[in-house]
Design a binder for this molecule. Structure first.
Ligand code: MF3
Ligand code: CO
Ligand code: CO
Length: 265
């Protein structure tokens, strides 16, 4: 193994630190859950994230990350990712992805969920279901030392089978003492992912973004962050932090109250 790759392998003590960060992040998601409702602004959700995080003595990784101004990302309907919390009120029929990253003693937990506000269209429900199922299918097929490309080889055919597309510009990533580490985890197979392997002791995210229409994206020229679908149709995403162990993948960010594998939205 190359020295560069060896640095990604965590000791057993370090794995426990990642478990702790993942658990804290998941606890925050469960804390937010009852507040994600029609009439609540995304800024109010961000304030809840901020206060919970700093009251616990943790940090929010996104705050100040490459000048990102908030403690979480809130991405509504056609927004794929990196939506900035503001005074927009959630309303009936919206889907909203909330992406949170807590830093505990220097170690990162990273996860997101898409929530339905009241009754949503069949298209929005189906695209959410697809993102959730693709994430779990991709995690489930991982084995110690497997190729990163196995993730894309799972996600792309499943999404296409359901008539949806997979975003390529934004990807999962290694995770540890830094927010974004090697290896890059694309949700489609590419040259590098056919080379990269997931060895025991490596931590990374699986976070497929699935679009109802075209896979192409456009980012907001004014705020520099918000990424939308090019055709304005909805997009959904789920994310977990995963540790590869000697006996297979371990999800570090499982919630108590959220949708579990197999959930039907
Ligand atoms: N949490 C996102 C991820 O899953 C990254 C957000 S970076 C931000 O990788 F700057 F937009 F917050
Ligand atoms: Co995230
Ligand atoms: Co991530």
């Amino acid at each position: 193994m190359l020295t560069k790759q060896r640095k990604l392998i965590l000791s057993h003590a370090q794995r426990d630190m990642m478990r702790k960060a993942g658990r804290a992040n998941a606890e925050l998601m469960d804390f937010l859950r009852p507040h994600v409702q029609a009439g609540v602004t995304t800024a109010a959700i961000d304030k809840l994230v901020h206060d919970w995080t700093y009251d616990h003595g943790y940090k929010a990784a996104t705050l100040g990350y490459q000048k990102f101004p908030r403690c979480c990302c809130t991405s509504i309907n056609e927004v794929i990712c990196h939506g900035i919390p503001d005074d927009t009120e959630l309303k009936d029929g919206d889907i909203v992805n909330i992406d949170i990253t807590t830093v505990v003693d220097g170690w990162h937990g990273d996860q997101s969920e898409t929530f339905m506000i009241g009754e949503v269209s069949e298209e929005k429900r189906a695209v959410m279901q697809c993102a959730f199922d693709c994430m779990h299918m991709a995690i489930d097929q991982l084995t110690p030392g497997c190729r990163v490309a196995s993730i894309g080889e799972t996600v792309v055919p499943e999404a296409h089978k359901r008539g949806f597309t997979v975003v390529r510009e934004y990807v999962g990533h290694g995770l540890g003492r830094q927010f974004h580490l090697d290896p890059s985890i694309p949700h489609f197979p590419n040259r590098q992912s056919r080379i990269d392997r997931l060895f025991p002791g490596m931590c990374f995210t699986v976070e497929p973004m699935i679009n109802a229409g075209t896979r192409y994206t456009k980012s907001d020229k004014v705020d520099g962050w918000t990424v939308r679908t090019k055709d304005g149709r909805p997009s959904a995403q789920f994310e977990h932090s995963v540790l590869m162990t000697e006996s297979g993948p371990e999800i570090l960010t499982l919630t108590k109250d959220g949708p579990q594998k197999g959930h039907q939205f």
